[in-house]
Design a protein around this ligand. Sequence first.
Ligand code: MN
Length: 201
Amino acid sequence: MMALLFSLITLPYAPNALEPVISQETIEYHHGKHLQTYVDNLNKLIAGTEFESMPLEDIVAKSQGAIFNNAGQILNHNLYFLQFRPVTGNPSPVTDIPSPLRDAINRDFGSFEAFKAEFEQKGTTLFGSGWVWLAANKDGKLVITQEPNAGNPVTKGLKPLLTMDVWEHAYYIDYRNRRAAHLQSLWQIINWDEINRRYTE
Ligand code: MN
């Protein structure tokens, strides 16, 4: 069977479009070097294995060790980079969240502000490297999970919707050690139409 090679996703915005929240330099390293390395590593690791013609989500669900780490990081980063849109100047993300996602956030967290506070708290307190996620269970109920290293809520049977990368490579150029400040700033560039699309698909 022909090997299914993975490739680096193309960003749907210019590398400087997310400034000042994420600098062009961070995008160039994070997308162009870190993510490219995961893609190159996975393609080498799966050659000649049962995984070489498998969709990415299936590899993440079924693999362990180095293959899981690189496949997980590709899936995580694809969802991460494709959830952003340029800064619009809208200071309140509450007003641009479409329903049914907006209704589900209010139902499951009480308010957007309560959701945002829990999400930032879980991202800030995740020890070491990893990801904080908004995910949905099979009934559409929303949950926030902390995933270490290359983790993704798909391994718990949840649908991943929104994520913040708390690996230092995601923020150290722009924010140095100020992880919380970085997480707080990311709300300005979330494309809620895309998050709602993931929720409803
Ligand atoms: Mn990253």
